[in-house]
Design a protein around this ligand. Structure first.
Ligand SMILES: Nc1ncnc2c1ncn2[C@@H]1O[C@H](COP(=O)(O)OP(=O)(O)OP(=O)(O)O)[C@@H](O)[C@H]1O
Ligand SMILES: [Mg+2]
Length: 257
């Protein structure tokens, strides 16, 4: 079986001029193709750093990693990975449609042309119908975040990396976007790695939740939520099985914080 992401004894961190700082060490992880994995852990433990290594924005310090069965660099040049950052980074002088049509995949080549039908399709998928000609400053924060997601979906990435994409939104908008994201995930079958600080969001979205710790940075646990949810990975937030999964994760997070 080919995993979407597989690591063996992976060390990630930062190289300086004369030394290096290890952030996470000995990371053994296997994410199945099509899986929705959410990632929790205290601030500074290395969640973003790990996503950077998967996206080939950072070289690992040691160990092995394969992404979609290849080296991260190969996958990056094939534009198979989409990245949504915490703050929607849209170009203010470009319309919504032109922002979506930008080269979206990390390290992608410059796309001078984009298919207008595909843009219309994405606008519809993200509930942005009719907003294609607006500029980013004419949108709400939640709409901007949806544009960033549409942009990441442009090339139908096999792997989608999302780093706290909904952190700055109100709870209602966030809940709505969570449902939209699940719909997109079901429709496209893409693998998603999703970083969040919200235990509720981690449980609501993920099939499995990975808990990281700091000092030393490592994987503490990967909690399987699938048994507490329907086969299509849907659930009710007030379901007792969901509440107990959240309590378990909260306790874990308290221990590592
Ligand atoms: N360019 C860099 N050079 C050196 N150290 C860095 C660099 N970027 C981040 N770090 C350090 O690496 C550690 C992990 O940072 P990272 O951004 O991955 O944390 P995080 O888990 O995403 O935190 P948060 O939840 O606050 O976003 C932190 O201690 C941070 O200070
Ligand atoms: Mg981060």
């Amino acid at each position: 079986m080919t995993f979407a992401v597989q690591t063996r004894n992976l060390d990630v961190g930062y190289r300086n001029a004369d030394d290096s700082v290890t952030v996470l060490s000995g990371v053994d992880l296997a994410v199945e193709a099509g899986e929705f994995l959410t990632i929790l852990g205290p601030s500074g433990c290395g969640k973003s750093t790990l996503l950077r290594v998967v996206a080939d924005l950072l070289e690992p310090l040691g160990g092995e990693i394969s992404v979609l069965g290849d080296k991260p660099h190969t996958v990056r040049s094939r534009r198979d990975v989409g990245f949504v950052f915490q703050d929607a980074t849209l170009l203010p002088w470009r319309t919504v449609a032109a922002n979506i049509g930008l080269p979206t995949v990390v390290g992608g080549r410059h796309a001078s042309k984009f298919d207008p039908n595909r843009i219309t399709e994405l606008l519809q998928l993200l509930g942005l119908d009719g907003l294609g000609d607006r500029f980013p400053h004419q949108l709400s924060g939640g709409q901007r975040q949806r544009v960033a997601i549409a942009r990441a979906l442009l090339n139908e990435p096999k792997l989608l990396l999302m780093d706290e994409p909904f952190g700055a939104l109100d709870e209602i908008t966030r809940d709505r976007l969570n449902d939209e994201l699940l719909t997109i995930w079901r429709r496209t079958g893409t693998t998603i790695l999703f970083v969040t600080h919200s235990i509720m969001e981690a449980v609501y979205l993920g099939q499995r939740v990975m808990m990281l710790a700091a000092n030393p940075g490592r994987i503490v646990n990967v909690v399987d939520i699938r048994t507490a949810k329907s086969p299509d990975n849907s659930c009710k937030r007030e379901d007792p099985a969901i509440i107990s999964a959240m309590a378990e994760l909260r306790q874990m997070l308290e221990q590592v914080s």
